[in-house]
Design a protein around this ligand. Structure first.
Ligand SMILES: Cc1cc2nc3c(=O)[nH]c(=O)nc-3n(C[C@H](O)[C@H](O)[C@H](O)COP(=O)(O)O)c2cc1C
Length: 213
């Protein structure tokens, strides 16, 4: 059985992470339920020149072609589609990522608002104790943001800031994006081959003179 992953795009900066994650989930043959907020549509246009259609069917046509999804592999749900499987604990996805995650959506999930399908689907993941990965983006962070993140981590969510490491000597923005997306895929338990893993001797140079090996 393919894994079913719910991916939500919200209106934080970092849309390249979310779109690359979508590509990788499709390539890994996951079934993907995609949700996005109106603010995510604005950010996608601003950051990626991508117009995410308001209508789910149009969105499936566009995105399935863009990421070479098989028929039926990608489903897009509207903001208040309460009949979507992810709206209920009786039929949740295997895991969910909110990537990128705005402080607004993060706060709403932390406080259980469930006022739109993204917030409700995340609420369901927490109550069903399934993996929920949040990729929050803001800087600097207020105590409100930090409190909300702590609350979510205590409720079982994984808080995964898009903070790429530089020890693999990234050569491009795509490398930086892949570093973060690889960590998200790990948390979703989806196999991938994005970049090297720590300890792979083929890619890590020997330490400089004077440093213990
Ligand atoms: C281009 C752009 C970039 C934004 N970047 C961020 C951001 O990095 N973090 C954040 O929390 N909000 C950011 N915002 C503001 C959110 O989009 C706004 O708070 C919105 O209400 C979030 O709605 P949503 O959580 O339903 O997507 C940005 C907005 C725009 C237009």
């Amino acid at each position: 059985m393919p894994k079913t992953i719910c991916l939500a795009l919200t209106g934080a900066s970092g849309m390249p992470y979310g779109l690359r994650l979508l590509d990788c989930l499709v390539a890994a043959r996951c079934r993907v339920y995609l949700l996005y907020s109106p603010a995510a549509q604005i950010v996608a246009r601003q950051e990626c020149d991508l117009t995410l259609p308001a209508q789910p069917r149009a969105a499936v046509r566009l995105l399935a072609e863009r990421c070479h999804a098989a028929d039926g592999q990608l489903t897009v749900f509207g903001r208040e589609d309460w009949m979507a499987p992810v709206a209920s604990g009786s039929n949740p996805a295997d895991a969910m990522a909110v990537c990128p995650c705005s402080m607004g959506t993060l706060g709403a999930i932390a406080h259980g608002l469930a006022d739109n399908l993204i917030e409700r689907a995340a609420d369901v993941m927490l109550k069903e104790r399934r993996p929920l990965v949040l990729v929050p983006r803001e800087t600097p962070l207020s105590t409100i943001h930090l409190d909300n993140m702590l609350k979510l981590a205590q409720a079982g969510a994984t808080i995964l800031p898009p903070a790429p490491g530089f020890y693999d000597r990234p050569q491009s923005v795509a490398d930086l994006v892949d570093f973060v997306v690889a960590r998200v895929l790990d948390q979703l338990h989806v196999a991938h081959a994005l970049g090297p893993r720590w300890g792979d001797e083929r890619v890590h140079p020997t330490p400089p003179p004077g440093v213990a090996s």
